[in-house]
Design a protein around this ligand. Structure first.
Ligand SMILES: NC(=O)c1ccc[n+]([C@@H]2O[C@H](COP(=O)([O-])OP(=O)(O)OC[C@H]3O[C@@H](n4cnc5c(N)ncnc54)[C@H](O)[C@@H]3O)[C@@H](O)[C@H]2O)c1
Length: 434
């Protein structure tokens, strides 16, 4: 494999300077300064077993895969509000005033550039810090100029872009998204079916920058952008960070299925009160999230293959905006299961979680893996990173893998393959001659 070591600064370009991205920046600063451990980050804390169990080789992933170091990350962002990352983080109220104060210098450095925004795509939000241009192609060019000047000012040797902005309304891929040529024509013609997130993705890929999508928006999940990623030889991935309730769902469901226990119903409801919750209070943004959240169970449980166990599964997902909770979301799951001779049982999960605390290490890992994929010249959809997404992108002919344990195996085997190590099958060598 054509592998370049991570030399110099890595630019982390983020549309959306809100709860998740500011929590990421503050956390990275705390880790660099030794004030915190990188808890929740596989790249920083995780190890990878190499060779046979008897060899006792389990280096840290970050060392094994030569990932960029945290001190080499430089952050840039766009937002429709002018607040720097310190003010945005203070408003998001995820971190304590003490933690914010410790990260003040790092946060104040990040001042958002003017956003590409269209309120038709995020109904419950508007702000003053936006770009204006005659058409969407001109907006994309303005973003490309932003990337160029960021690169020049910060002397970065490479950049990655990761969408941490609000969830856009639900749309389906249509003709304008079907090829790069039609998409570019649509940008010039101001086609209303091209979302702001797609304009960022287009600008990133045109600038040699991988694009990863942390929200459930369609964004890069369209033939036009995949075509551009292949043409430019760049990685893309998405969509929707797998935190909170879906994380728990993709941990529990594979376990129930592995023991061939039936599931009759799975009711999931949430209350949350942050800006993300406010945006999701609009039915068209909620629909995007709902579709993203609902896919996991069907793919994990495979009702077509196990009809006696899962064909009648009733799956319902609710999200309720409830301001008093802020970022401290509460997610309830009621799971109706059945066992031997059809006897019914119930599982109740009440997860008092913190959305951005769960999301920040995912963003960090994705940034570092996007850079790794870039340096390994891995183009198109990065399916090996499905581990991090609620609704993993896959080529059209394949179905997504949602089982978190299979996802982790796939991720680690991809790293072994990239670094020229033997893949691990978990088959004991007492059974074969290998
Ligand atoms: N926190 C989680 O656990 C989690 C999990 C999965 C997905 N997500 C997604 O991540 C995204 C960020 O979540 P958050 O809690 O930080 O939300 P947030 O509302 O705190 O931050 C989003 C920011 O994006 C800005 N924004 C909106 N449209 C923009 C545009 N076109 N260009 C630039 N900026 C724009 C908003 O002004 C806001 O500051 C959301 O889409 C959310 O659904 C979050």
């Amino acid at each position: 494999m054509n592998f370049k070591a991570p030399k110099g600064k890595l630019g982390v370009l983020i549309p959306g300077l809100g709860a998740v991205s500011t929590t990421l920046i503050a956390g990275v600063d705390a880790i660099i300064n030794g004030q915190s451990a990188p808890i929740g980050s596989l790249t920083q804390m995780g190890t990878i077993r190499l060779g046979k169990r008897t060899e006792n080789r389990s280096p840290k992933i970050k060392e094994f895969a030569h990932l960029a170091e945290l001190k080499d990350l430089v952050f840039g962002a766009w937002d429709i509000f002018q607040d720097d990352a310190f003010r945005a983080a203070s408003k998001a109220q995820v971190l304590s005033p003490q933690d914010l104060e410790q990260a003040r210098v790092a946060l104040e450095k990040v001042k958002p550039m003017k956003a590409v925004f269209d309120q038709d795509y995020v109904k419950n939000l508007d702000g003053p810090h936006k770009k204006a241009a005659e058409n969407k192609m001109a907006l994309a060019e303005m973003l490309m100029d932003d990337i160029k000047s960021f690169r020049k000012t910060n002397k970065t040797t490479r950049e990655v872009m990761i969408w941490c902005a609000s969830t856009e309304i639900y749309i389906e891929a249509s003709d304008v998204h079907s090829s790069l040529e039609k998409f570019e024509q649509g940008l010039v013609n101001n086609d209303s079916r091209i979302a702001p997130s797609m304009i960022y993705a287009y600008a990133a890929l045109k600038s040699g920058v991988p694009f990863f999508n942390g929200a459930p928006n369609l964004t890069v999940d369209i033939p036009a952008i995949i075509e551009l990623a292949k043409q430019t030889g760049l990685p893309v991935a998405g969509k929707d960070f797998k935190t909170g309730q879906t994380l728990i769902k993709t941990i529990l469901a594979p376990g129930l299925k592995s023991r061939m226990l039936g599931v009759e119903g799975w009711f999931s409801t949430n209350i949350l009160g942050n800006r993300d919750g406010e945006v999701l209070d609009d039915p068209s943004s909620f629909k995007t999230k709902e579709v993203s959240k609902k896919g996991a169970l069907d793919y994990i449980l495979q009702p077509d293959m196990y009809p006696e166990l899962y064909k009648d599964l009733y799956h319902k997902v609710r999200i309720n905006y409830y301001p008093p909770r802020g970022d401290a979301k509460e997610g309830w799951d009621n799971i109706d299961i059945f066992g031997w001779m059809g006897y019914k049982m119930q599982i109740k999960v009440d997860f008092l979680c913190r959305d951005s605390i769960l999301a920040a290490p995912i963003v960090l890992d994705l940034v570092l893996f996007a850079d790794l994929a870039l340096r390994h010249e891995m183009k198109g959809i990065q399916e090996w990173l499905s581990f991090y997404f609620k609704s993993p992108m896959v080529p059209t002919e394949l179905y997504p893998e949602h089982d978190i344990f299979i996802q982790l195996t796939k991720l680690k085997n991809t790293l072994r393959w990239m670094m020229g190590e033997e893949l691990i099958t978990h088959l004991g060598n007492e059974y074969y001659d290998g």
